[in-house]
Design a protein around this ligand. Structure first.
Ligand code: MTE
Ligand code: CO
Length: 427
């Protein structure tokens, strides 16, 4: 026991030492140098600031806390030409403003087919019918009496990066990759509810259906429903936000966001898939030979550099620079991310940091010394199954150019001498 403890301690110390060494190698001393000079003459240091001179607001000034007013720009944003009507639309998570792996509730991207349903929790009902021994209807109170589970999972819309299939288009990782969020869900394993209803022997599929005006539905194979799906009612510890399906939504870890039915009101159990609109005319991929891929449920491994990026340019002239980003896979964890600064000629291992959880976002960093010259930044995720994130050209060679969904190709950012960053492609 005590020996084990010691080993852990040594590991932490030595990895911290390595990290410090590498950041100094990357020019950490240079940062310390300019920071020391600043202390002599900076009015932010030499003058007493208002916040130190006067009393601040007392408790209760904000019974429900909000971010600092200096963080007002950290918001979900939409792309006007993608928004025909706001009730059937999308906005995007500001990935370039966030760090760590958890997406704060107020900035989780939204995708609605019929606007945000305002469901009264007292009138909320979840019905299970079809191929079951007894049809059941649960209230919220009923759901609260089942054992709960907590899990952190990413939700990625299958259309994330869809606008980039034919070439670089949108300037900002918020727009190219922001249809993803990563939240700690609390909920009841769907398995418990299905077992309560009793599955008939010919049960093979379920059809979750939304209580919003779109009544959105999808076919989910029973093996997945019985594996790791949740009926979730909390996100990051508090009630689901209305935009995310209050009071309850389906969580389908690692699978395309469209299946995560919000405001879920009914689950029908059947022996065949329903081939609903969202799995026929939508969420299928037309291939070069005229046939379409269907049931592309799992999200392939993907990554993106969130800083620097078009909305987060480099502001210093040269020297120590922190590159960071996110990586995820619908099939497991991300043990490794590679980084290139020169469009793929030389690759370096990124430093993974923070929890490495199944079907969750992972955070990576790469600290380097920028020489002030242009860069072509790329990240390449490798997941726990050994799958390597492909280039966009490799994807197009395999699937043609008619697709929208499941674009997990490697993203390139062009950093100019000025530090500005642009979305480009290299081939
Ligand atoms: N569920 C219902 N009932 N109605 C919807 O419009 N949109 C789906 C899915 N579940 C949708 C829904 C799509 S396409 C996605 S990508 C996710 O919800 C988005 O979840 P979010 O809004 O929490 O980000
Ligand atoms: Co979607």
């Amino acid at each position: 026991m005590s020996r084990k403890k010691q080993t852990i301690n040594t590991d932490i110390t030595s990895s911290r030492r390595d990290f410090l060494k590498s950041s100094i190698a990357a020019g950490g001393a240079l940062v310390a140098g300019s920071a020391a000079a600043r202390a002599e003459s900076d009015p932010a240091i030499t003058q007493v600031q208002d916040w130190a001179r006067y009393l601040g607001d007392g408790v209760d000034a904000a019974p429900y806390g909000k971010p600092s007013e200096y963080e007002k720009h950290v918001i979900r944003r939409s792309v006007p030409w993608l928004t025909a009507s706001t009730e059937s639309s999308i906005n995007f998570t500001p990935l370039h403003e966030l760090d760590g792996i958890i997406t704060p509730n107020g900035v989780c991207f939204e995708r609605h087919h019929g606007g945000v349903a305002e469901v009264e929790p007292d009138k909320y009902r979840l019905m299970i019918n079809g191929l079951v021994e007894k049809q059941l209807v649960f209230t919220m109170e009923d759901l609260m009496r089942f054992p709960r589970k907590n899990q952190i999972n990413f939700l990625e819309c299958a259309a994330n990066s869809g606008m980039e299939w034919r070439g670089a288009q949108l300037n900002g990782c918020q727009f190219t990759h922001g249809m993803v969020h990563n939240v700690m869900y609390t909920g009841v394993p769907l398995r418990y509810l299905l077992e309560e209803a009793g599955l008939k022997t010919n049960a093979k599929w379920i059809m979750p259906e939304g209580g919003d005006s779109s009544g959105m539905n999808r076919s989910v194979p029973l093996f997945k429903a019985l594996d790791d799906c949740l009926i979730a009612f909390k996100m990051n510890g508090e009630a689901l936000r209305p935009e995310q399906g209050y009071p309850a939504r389906l969580v389908v870890p690692g699978w395309e966001g469209n299946m995560w039915v919000k405001w879920i009101r009914r689950i029908e159990v059947g022996d065949m898939p329903w081939h609903a609109r969202e799995e026929t005319s939508k969420y299928t991929d037309l291939m070069e030979n005229g046939k379409a891929r269907r049931f592309t449920w799992e999200m392939d491994a993907k990554s993106v550099i969130t800083n620097p990026s078009p909305q987060a340019p480099i502001k210093h002239k040269k020297g120590p620079t922190v590159l960071t980003g996110l990586a995820w896979s619908g099939r497991g964890t991300i043990p490794r991310v590679d980084i290139t600064l020169d469009g793929g000629r030389n690759w370096h291992k990124a430093r993974m940091d923070g929890p490495s959880l199944e079907k969750s976002l992972h955070r990576f960093y790469y600290e380097f010394d920028w020489n002030g010259e242009p860069l072509l930044l790329q990240s390449r995720a490798i997941d726990s199954t050994g799958y390597i994130q492909p280039t966009k050209d490799e994807l197009r060679a395999a699937r043609g150019v008619n697709s929208i969904y499941h674009n997990n190709g490697i993203q390139t950012w062009h950093v100019k001498k000025t530090g500005e960053v642009e979305n480009v492609e290299v081939s």
